[in-house]
Design a protein around this ligand. Sequence first.
Ligand SMILES: [Zn+2]
Ligand SMILES: [Zn+2]
Length: 447
Amino acid sequence: MVRHPREVFLRQPEPAVINPANHHVLLPHVGCAADELPLSHADGRYWDDMLDTAVHELVLQDRLRLVATDPGDTGPHAVWSGRGAPAPTIGLRSASRGEYRIRTNDGAPLGSVDAARVAQTVHAGAVYLHQGASWRVVELDHVHRCATVARHDADTYTQVRSNSDISLLEVAESTRVGGIAVSLGRVLVTTQVVAYEERHTETHRFIRCEPLEMEPSVLDTSALWWAFEAEMIDAAGIGPVELPGALHAAEHTGIGVLPLFALCDRWDLGGVSTPWLEQTAAATVVIHDAHPGGAGVTALAFEHSEAHLRSTLEVLTTCRCATGCPSCVHSPKCGNGNEPLDRGAATALLSYALRADARPPSRLTPSTRTVRRSLSRSPEITTPTSGNRRGRATTETLSMSPGPRPPWSSTRSTSRSPRTASAVSRATRSSGSTITDLAVAEVTRTT
Ligand SMILES: [Zn+2]
Ligand SMILES: [Zn+2]
């Protein structure tokens, strides 16, 4: 934007994204609504097709129950049956259900932080910024979910070092831009914070690195990924030594330009890059939503895959720095301390890959868009929520089918049949999948 000021006035504002179908968003909202007033089918107008699914899930979790209504009504109403009122248990600042309080060492409340970001932001020793003031975390209490902070007067900041593992769980869509296979789907990101480093605020001079012992965090979310096949990497002149830095730089820049396409910032996103990902059988850059279930940012980026990749290349090509800077490839939240980064190799890789004649592999033609579902039974990936419903004994007649809406049935029995599509879907989700298994389930739609 600094180098293209006309864009500020000429371009359309970036769209605000929201993903109301995200179960981490949908279920708490429906629960709160039912606590206010009993839900009926007429309330489906507020949630389109999603209300039936939400009611179904919440009844299975014993957080809603169905009550009969007067004859002539369209069906039973759904009322809140969980413990206590639902609204106070839902954080306003996050999609996850857990929050940690932050308080000063004399007991005054300072704020709260999403449980999913505790390891990154309020680990013991972290410098925490609040309304322009610096605080140092002196204690992190997981039992009482509280971080205690004391004033921090030194001119320093901290940044965690972490290792991430990524598993691709489902492919929703795939397409091709030049020689790059681009996919959108669901991923499981496991992040292990291993240390934090402290640096001077103005000079970024390294001061110290302290090891940390934290529980790994697991994030089930949506993501897009770029797969670069070995042949094309060779043709682009990228060797094995440069490749990790090229992918890592492309990942950082790809994340950095996303606010041009959706109302978000870097902290709404995360990324992983690897010279070899077994599930894609290729060097892969993954950019994922940082919120459980996904906020819709990567879905919007996937829709604009070509523009996103070309904008990434433009930033890599036009930045006036010599070898990389915060305007192009450096990230303030990199878990690897911005190592390795190779702006030149990233530019060469994307320049080649986005050429019209970059050769597509034989298994996908450039004009083919695929819609795939995960149906495999590999045991190696399971979703974190899959254990919640173990042992539930409920019929599936609560499920709403398309067309004329049947009344919500409150029938419960010990039988699990008939199994509806949603029940089958949950079962397959619980059993997990790998990408390499997906080809058998793919439905190809030529566009
Ligand atoms: Zn630069
Ligand atoms: Zn990084």
